[in-house]
Design a protein around this ligand. Structure first.
Ligand code: SF4
Length: 670
């Protein structure tokens, strides 16, 4: 920082005080060595070299800053745009940047400089355009890594618009690297522009910068060695100063790094809350209020509610009515010919029909999720279990329209009677934001480290102008209290790194509740937490379901957890549902894979000498073209038919479904 201050002072003071000495011709004292009058000596026209070096600082830095400014203005929008677009246009933009990046920056700078001609503009434009390609690649790489982060996925589910995602989530998380890159670019620009001036493509007399001084100095190096050394040192020193400045700036801007400078008092207070010394607030769920106002505001929802809960009388609207009316006023109308109904005509929460998701493979598209079909009732808790790679999370992405590129979803998703394919792409984010929310596995990565909790939570309701900021902050504090987070007001001003894992997951759940979703998808919400916090989070989800009637999809690899907390369970293997069974029937599952999963669940009632079951083998490679049952290699019950025919997901009399030849045979023979 001291170096930057010194450079700024030189830039301001030197032209005011030393311009005369720098330009005054005195042929009588040409090419003099260092003396008390001329510390660095004089050039061939008798001008003071030190004065010229200091006065030339301004033009050198101005040109470098101008070039980097052009790089930023061209490069960052191009890079972030290419990262935020989807499909082929993204690939075309990225490949275009790659092609340009293949040309050496110096050659581009010299070429543009030569085309523009000698003078200040040539090197500025040349270096600026050459640098913009690097910035475009850097910012696209950074933006792509951030846009796949869970907090961005969650923001997309709640309907935050792409531009806002870019400004609020992507840019703040890449700015630190871009700042460092900018300062490094200034260093490079100083060197490159000086080099172009040295080659005669830059500043022309009577103007001068360090590059022209270096040219003169090299010409006179035999008489006055310092005349070449001094501009070289100035160029190298200023480049180093900008490099160090970038690092210092990034450190100051990074909340994680600056945390080490936080007061110990604050840290102690936080620790007390984390260990539970501060009493927690009571769970104050306002389901009645919220539902009443939704009913009042949205006649279609009243129909849904009446169908789903025929015994409920319509209660009076309370203080949340205005807020909820705003939130639900823009819901698309239910399609009159919509599907998504139960046999008795009740509206289903969700109906998934033949959902398949494919990705490009070595030999063509590969289905990661294959023909998944299921439905869930309003208020139901549905578990999806399976090992890693079974397709359960990708199924959730398919439902929430978050399939990452280049994945291609097929099939239909019907949410509360509304086929998502029949909603325009303009209305879809808003519709989804009012219907569902998603909570991810890792609470650290599902919150944006660059934003305060309050800022992140409120964007879900301030989007589309539904709520003013103050009102939204009040609601956010209420939601934090509902998930039993201590001192909710205080938490709103904290960032995710200031909270413990359990607190972060509570914040993620509170954030998911901001828009009062009807369906909450919890993707391994407790995997990253310790056992006691896991239990608290599951209790919280249970309370949200039972008191708010929010339907829940709980995705987990732990069949024991799902069995305890869900009404129904879908068991997935190799991208397919292999069993759909009521949780109450899980003591006698039909599919061998479900039996093995159950055997692998630790159970305190199990005899101590009975070992946990280890499922042999692994989930098959999705690219493997398997004939017959995909579980065959690992199945202890396999029969000959399993090797030749793929078992269908067959409905059984008790309402469950199973995809297993042996189970189907046994059931049909009963
Ligand atoms: S179909 Fe055959 S291989 Fe597949 S789970 Fe059933 S018994 Fe096992």
């Amino acid at each position: 920082l001291a170096g930057i201050v010194i450079l700024i002072l030189i830039v301001i003071i030197a032209p005011l005080t030393m311009a005369n000495s720098a330009n005054l011709l005195n042929v009588g004292s040409s090419l003099q060595g260092p003396s008390l009058h001329h510390w660095l000596g004089t050039d061939e026209l008798g001008r003071d070299l030190l004065a010229r070096l200091l006065v030339g600082t301004r033009s050198s830095l101005e040109l470098a800053l101008g070039a980097v400014g052009i790089s930023l203005v061209l490069g960052i929008p191009l890079g972030t745009l290419s990262a935020m677009t989807r499909g082929p246009s993204r690939r075309i933009l990225l490949r275009g940047i790659d092609v340009l990046l293949a040309f050496p920056a110096l050659i581009i700078a010299i070429y543009v400089g030569a085309v523009v001609g000698p003078g200040e503009w040539g090197p500025v434009l040349g270096v600026g355009i050459a640098g913009s390609i690097g910035f475009a690649r850097l910012s696209s790489n950074l933006a792509i890594s951030v846009r796949n982060a869970e907090y961005v996925q969650a923001a997309r589910v709640i309907g935050v618009r792409p531009f806002k995602i870019l400004v609020r989530h992507v840019l703040p998380n890449i700015i630190e690297t871009l700042i460092i890159a900018t300062t490094v670019s200034i260093s490079i620009a100083i060197i490159t522009i000086s080099g172009l001036s040295y080659l005669g493509l830059g500043v022309q007399p009577p103007y001068f910068d360090w590059g022209t001084l270096l040219t003169d100095g090299v010409n006179n190096i035999n008489q006055i060695p310092l005349s070449a050394v001094a501009p070289s040192v100035a160029i190298a020193l200023s480049a180093m100063i900008f490099g160090f400045f970038g690092e210092a700036l990034a450190r100051a801007l990074n909340p994680l790094l600056s945390q080490t400078r936080g007061s110990s008092k604050r840290g102690r207070a936080l620790s007390l809350e984390m260990i539970g010394a501060v009493p927690s607030q009571t769970l104050d769920l306002e389901f009645e209020d919220t539902r009443d106002s939704l009913l009042e505001a949205e006649p279609e929802l009243a129909v849904i509610e009446a169908l789903a809960n025929p015994d409920n009388s319509v209660p009076t609207a309370r203080r949340e009515s205005r807020r909820s009316r705003r939130a639900s006023a823009s819901l698309p109308r239910l399609d009159e010919t919509s599907e998504g109904l139960t046999a008795s005509g009740d509206v289903l929460e969700l109906e998934v029909l033949d959902l398949s998701i494919s990705f490009p493979g070595r030999h063509g598209p590969v289905d990661i999720v294959s023909n998944v079909s299921f439905s869930m009732k309003i208020g139901e808790r549905l578990g999806i279990v399976g090992e890693s790679g079974s397709g359960k999370s990708m199924t959730a992405f398919g439902i929430s329209q978050l399939v990452p590129y280049p994945g291609r979803p097929r099939g239909r998703v019907i949410v509360r009677g509304q086929d998502l394919d029949r909603i325009s792409s303009r209305d879809l984010p808003r519709f989804l934001s009012q219907q569902m929310a998603i909570v991810f596995q890792d609470p650290m990565s599902s919150l944006n480290p660059a934003l305060t909790i309050g800022r992140q939570m409120t964007e879900t309701v301030t989007e589309y102008g539904k709520m003013k900021h103050g009102e939204a902050m009040k609601l956010a504090a209420e939601r934090l209290a509902e998930v039993q987070l201590p001192s909710p007001q205080k938490q709103l001003h904290r960032r995710s790194h200031e909270l413990s894992g359990g607190m972060r997951q509570r914040v993620a759940i509170a954030m998911a509740l901001m828009n009062e979703p009807k369906l909450l998808i919890a993707d391994e919400p407790t995997t990253a937490l310790d056992v006691t916090v896991q239990a608290q989070i599951m209790d919280l989800l249970y309370a949200i379901n039972s008191e708010r009637h929010v339907s829940i999809i709980l995705i987990s690899h732990n069949l024991g957890l799902v069995k305890e907390n869900c009404d129904r369970v879908l068991v997935m293997y190799a991208g397919k549902i292999v069993e759909d069974i009521a949780a109450s029937q899980l003591d006698s599952p039909q599919h061998p894979y479900t039996r093995l999963l159950l055997g692998a669940v630790p159970d305190v009632t199990r005899p101590r000498d009975e070992p946990l079951i280890d499922i042999p083998g692994q989930v098959p490679d999705p690219e493997a073209r398997i004939v017959g049952c995909s579980f065959r290699e690992r199945c202890p019950s396999a029969i000959a038919q399993c090797a030749t025919e793929t078992p269908p997901l067959e409905p059984l009399e008790d309402g469950s479904r199973v995809a297993c030849w042996v189970a189907i045979r046994e059931r049909s023979s009963v």
